[in-house]
Design a protein around this ligand. Sequence first.
Ligand SMILES: [Zn+2]
Length: 306
Amino acid sequence: MKNKTFCIIASIIFLMPLFLPPASLTAEEPKLTVVTTLPVLKDFVEQIGQSRVAVTTLLTGMESEHTYTPKPGDILAVKKGQVLVQIGLGLEVWVQGLIANAENPGLLLITTSHGIPLIREEEKQIEDPDHGNHEGGNPHVWLDPENAKSMVRLITDGLIKKDPAGKEFYLKNQGRYLMQLDEMEKRLQGEVKNLQYKTIITQHPAWPYFARRFGFKVAGNIIAQVGSEPSAKQIAALTRLIQKEHIRVIIAEPQLSNKIPQTLASEAGVALITLSPLTGAIPGTDTYISLIEYNVHEIIKAVRDK
Ligand SMILES: [Zn+2]
């Protein structure tokens, strides 16, 4: 009798792996520790890694990606991490210092912008060639879902490198997520397609990849880079541009002061909306897909309602 019970239990234990989803981890197994610079990268890693990864992000989404200063705890996070995921292109200028101070030789750095064709920032470089030079390209690559797909592939490769046992699991999740990104992109492109007013003014140059993918046109930026202020002459030029191009909406961002966008919008008599380049700053935009949907829908609503 005892033997029979033992046999039943043994065969249940033996057969159990067959009924579990492939290579997802249970609560007790150690997870791959991943640190990301931006919260949007945390979402990408979680979509692919799910139960096999434990992800922390250094920026919460409320700080500007250009003026972030690492906290004391960031060094500890990088010291303990197995993988660090960044955008690159000089956006996170502080990452190299963080890596040097963390003294973690086993750390794998994934630079997700690698291989993405860049939009150049001619205007900015003429004005101030020494500042904000992101190795010759605009670093806000993630706001185009096509670029996000490339970034997700690099993340998947990195996770597999550090955790080969999860390969099948990561690839399966990648396939599903790439399909979701594709579906979102096509659906939103369809929604924008027949809009009459697609020209926008944005607060800082975060939006060229986003605008190009969805068919919007950025006529101008209020500031050429975060930390600078527009002159009265530049504001006047923007006001004229709004009239000339029949622009109906100005875009502010939750990470920056909305004082000047507000003044400009009320002077020009156009709508002011807040869009975020980072996940987590506006309620309901914690994932990349929900963020892009929110940003596109807010523009559609603003130019239709006006
Ligand atoms: Zn930016």
